[in-house]
Design a protein around this ligand. Structure first.
Ligand SMILES: [Zn+2]
Ligand SMILES: [Zn+2]
Length: 274
């Protein structure tokens, strides 16, 4: 690697029903590729069984926490393991999410938008619903929700901030509507004090590029919004995936540090070359 490894804060467990590997497997993979810090962030429970096929059940939350804490304690001389969660921002569920966050001792909580209304726009089973949307309208609806997720003040990291492009549906980047919805989203993130996730997951998806787009990375860097790295690993082989690619992009826009989290306090780590 060109860069000294930074924390990878986005990885899942089989409890979400679409990932493989134990926490220990993820931790071992991290150690094998030279990482010093990771955090688990499985898909959180949601109220009313909402899209429950794609997330852990509330009854699994304690086992999830115990597994992370046991791995953290067992490996404490080799790897820092943080206790995190990827919660959904879905209007109407804020009180549930707030109470779930308050009930446990998280190192960080990622807030992600995976739904516009009932449409799981990044779910391959729902891809046909794109036929009902103009791309620009879907992007604006999506960025509006990401903006609201930041304004909610619930989250430490704003997850994969242009996930809407996952399958390669593109907005008109020159449209003033798109530009202003991106800008409003970033202004809300800036105001919230949360970090923006730079995610390598898009490299493994049809869109074939990191989240968010370089244009958004550049503007966030200009605004001084902190970044946190995530591979969004759903398998231990994906731990640390694309880290150098993401860090090179950050460096090209003048970013010199990356966020680290402990007990929901953010500190910045200098980016250094290996
Ligand atoms: Zn997932
Ligand atoms: Zn996600």
């Amino acid at each position: 690697m060109n860069f000294t490894p930074v924390p990878d804060y986005h990885m899942h467990t089989p409890r979400c029903n679409h990932a493989t590997g134990s926490v220990r497997d993820y931790a071992d993979a991290a150690i094998a590729c030279g990482l010093k810090e990771i955090g688990m962030s499985d898909h959180s429970p949601m109220p009313g069984g909402f899209d429950k096929a794609w997330r852990m059940d509330r009854s699994e939350l304690n086992a999830y926490l115990n597994e992370i804490e046991q791995t953290r304690d067992a490996l404490s001389d080799q790897l820092t393991v943080r206790v995190g969660l990827e919660a959904d921002f879905h209007p109407g569920t804020e009180a549930y999410v707030e109470a779930m966050i308050a009930a446990h001792n998280w190192d960080y909580v990622i807030g992600s938008v995976h739904y516009i209304g009932d449409w799981g726009f990044d779910n391959p089973d729902c891809i046909h619903l794109w036929d009902d949307w103009k791309n620009d309208d879907a992007y604006c609806a999506y960025f509006e929700l990401v903006m609201q997720s930041a304004q909610s003040g619930l989250f430490d990291i704003i997850g994969h901030p242009d996930l809407i492009k996952k399958f390669g549906h593109r907005a008109d980047e020159h449209s003033s509507r798109i530009k202003s919805s991106e800008e409003s989203m970033l202004q809300a993130v800036l105001k919230s004090g949360a970090a923006l996730e730079i995610s390598s997951a898009g490299l493994r998806k049809p869109v074939g590029e990191i989240y968010p787009h370089n244009r958004i990375v550049q503007r966030a860097a200009e605004l001084g919004i902190p970044f946190a790295f995530g591979s969004d690993a759903h398998s231990p082989v994906e731990v640390g995936y694309g880290m150098d690619t993401c860090l090179n992009i950050l460096e090209s826009f003048g970013v010199k540090e990356i966020a680290s989290f402990k007990q929901r306090n953010m500190t910045m780590l200098a980016l250094t070359h290996a």
